[in-house]
Design a protein. Sequence first.
Length: 494
Amino acid sequence: MKKRTLILTMTIAICLVLALLLSACNSNDVTPEDTADKPQTDDWIFTADNLEEAKDIYEDFIYLSVHDDNLIVTVSDDDGVFLTETIKDETDHIDYMNGEEYYLFRDDEDYICAFNGERSRYFFIDEKEYSDHFMEFYFYLDVLTDLPEGTTVSLTSKGTSTHEENNIYLDATLTLKINYDDTEIDITATKVRNKVTYFKSTQKTADETNSITMNFSYGSASVTIPDITDWYNASAPQTESDWYVSGMLGGEDRDTIPMYYDYLTGSYRTEYVDVIIGDDFTVKNKNDPSISYSMNIDEEYLTGREMVVFDPNEEAIYFESDGGFHYLHDPRKNPYAMADIVEDQTAIYGFRPSAEGTLAIYATADWSDDEIVEKGKQERIDYHRSLESMYTMLDEMTAQGKSVEEIARAISTERNQIRLDSYKDDPEGLAALKKRNLDTYGHEEGPLPDELYQKYGSWEKVISKAFSANSGMDACLGLYDMYYDLYVAVGQID
C-alpha cells in the first residue's frame, strides 16, 4: 500500500505540473520556454487528524527508496552506530549487529538466514525470520501500529517533489503527535531525496519523558553472499549423540531417553520430559556403559530451562518440561516481578501482567500474539537503551563497592539530568518540565535523593524507580535474563 499510495500521489502531482505547463503554452501573452532539460518541482503539504489517514500518510513518508544495488544503510543514535544493513538487491542483504554478520538471501525457493559470528558459522531456512529481519531499520520507524482505542493523532507532512528524467525525488519534513491515556508521543522526521535521514521520538507521561534520536545515512558497499556449503545447517535434524539418559524422571522410571548434541550451544538436549525436584537419573555412554554419571535434580538447577552439568568437560544437559519458552533465571523467584505478573502457558514468554498489579492496564492485551509482544519487546529495549549512562554508572559503582545509598543518590541525580537533556531541542518543553518540577518539588532540577527516599522508604526502591526497573514487564517481554543483573543490583534478587 505504501508504494501504491506514493505512486498515486506523485502521479497527481505530475499531472498538475503538466496541466500548468500546457496552460502556459496556450497563452497568447507568454512565449513558451524549452523545459525539456529542466527538472520539474512542486510543493505539497498533507495533514491528518484521524488515525487511518495518518497511517497512510506516515507509511508513505517512511517508505525509503532502497532499490539501488549494494546500498548501505547506517542507523545511529547518541551512543553511535547500532545497525548497519547492506542491501544487494530486493532479495539479498547483510545486517551487521553486535559484531556479527547476518546474511539474508534467497536460494531458489529457500529463504536463507546465515550467521557469521565470532565462535560459529551456521544457517537455517526460515521465511518468517527472513521477513522479520529484511530491511530491519524499518522497524525503528514503525510507530502507528497496535495503538490502543481512543488514540488521537495530529500529522503534518510537507515538502517538495522534484521530477528529474524518470525519477521522482522527495525532500520533506514530518511532525506527528500521538495521544492516548496519559501518554503523548511527538515525532519529528526529515526526508532527503526519498530517504529518511533524521528521526526523533519523544514520549511523555505524567511521570517521565523519554527521547530517542536516530540518524540514517546511505552509501554504497559491495555485497558478496558467502558460500555456506561447509556451514552448520541448524535446520537439519539433530544427530543423536553417543549419550543417553535413564532413571527416575518426573516421578516414574523411564526407559532409555536419547540425547542430541546441539552444535550452537555446545550442550546436549533430551526429548521433552517432565522433571521435578528430587529426580534421579543416569547419563551413560552407548559405546561403553561403564562410563556413566549419576545425577540428582535439586532446586538449584530447576530454573527455567533445567540444567545439570554431567561430565568433566562441563558440558551441560538440558531438560525441558514442555515446548514453551523458559528463562535461565526464574522470574517466579523474584517477588517484585511476581507482584505484577502471573504465569500463563499461552503467553509467548510464559507470563502476562496481572489484572491487580501496577501493570493492570496491559492485562487485557493478547500476550499470545507474536507481533504484539515483539513490538512491545523492541520498545522496552529502546527504553532500557535510553538509560545506558545510568547502567554504566550502576556497574562502575557496584564494582567499586559503593553502598546502596551512594549508588541511589548518584543514579537519581543522573536520572534528573537525562530528563532535562531529553529536551535539548525543545526549549518550550524544557521550560514546562522545569516549571512542573518547581511546582512539585520546589526546584527545577527534579526530586532530590532525600525526597525520593522519603517517598519510597528505601534506597533500593529509589534505584528501582530511577530505572523504572519493572522486572515483571521484562519477564512478559522475554527480557528477564537480559536485565537480570539489574534486578540483582537494585536489590530485587539476593
